[in-house]
Design a protein around this ligand. Structure first.
Ligand SMILES: Cc1cc2nc3c(=O)[nH]c(=O)nc-3n(C[C@H](O)[C@H](O)[C@H](O)COP(=O)(O)O)c2cc1C
Length: 163
């Protein structure tokens, strides 16, 4: 398989679409992310792959926790203020409305349909450009009713982050 085929097939994998929020002391951040999945039933663990250079990477390590925010397809506007990096947009969080999650007191984006509160239980250097963060899910909230098929996924936005 040549390189383009590898890229094509990686792009054909189905991906969700999320916002990951984190905070430490007075600082909060939010980033969009599609490399996320559940990896254990007992305990309930999820993993997210976070760019080594992302501002959120360091903030999640400092706060030892993160929240995975899910959206309904009809609320895709809720993520428009957080697609840029904190480095490119240092005032990013001034334009983001959020509330605090009940268990871990982390930001939950206003407009999210549901969220998972996760304590950081491991960080794995993949040897690549992203690190794998393992989160133990210790809390969750359902803010808008819906099923899996109503949740915003990467193809709904016409964007790609794979290859
Ligand atoms: C559609 C889309 C999907 C993305 N998925 C991921 C991802 O899975 N992991 C990741 O680390 N970055 C992902 N990114 C890039 C981050 O959102 C981007 O690096 C962001 O600027 C990081 O924000 P921060 O530096 O403020 O933490 C994605 C970007 C887009 C537009």
């Amino acid at each position: 398989m040549n390189d383009d085929s590898i890229k094509n097939v990686l792009k054909r994998m189905p991906y969700g679409f999320y916002a990951v929020t984190s905070s430490f002391e007075e600082d909060s951040n939010a980033m969009v992310l599609n490399w996320a999945t559940q990896i254990s039933f007992d305990p309930r663990l999820i993993s997210i792959a976070v760019q080594k250079t992302a501002y959120s990477n360091e903030l999640i390590k400092q706060g030892q926790a993160f929240v995975l925010n899910l959206f309904l397809q009809e609320n895709s506007d809720s993520i428009k203020n957080i697609t840029k990096s904190r480095q490119k947009n240092p005032q990013k969080m001034e334009n983001v409305d959020f509330e605090k999650s009940p268990s871990l007191n982390l930001p939950v984006i206003k407009g999210a349909a549901a969220f998972l509160e996760c304590k950081l239980s491991g960080v794995y250097d993949t040897g690549g450009d992203h690190e794998l963060f393992i989160g133990e899910v210790v809390g969750a909230g359902e803010l808008k009713s819906g099923e899996s098929q109503d949740t915003l996924n990467l193809p709904d936005l016409g964007w790609s982050y794979a290859g």
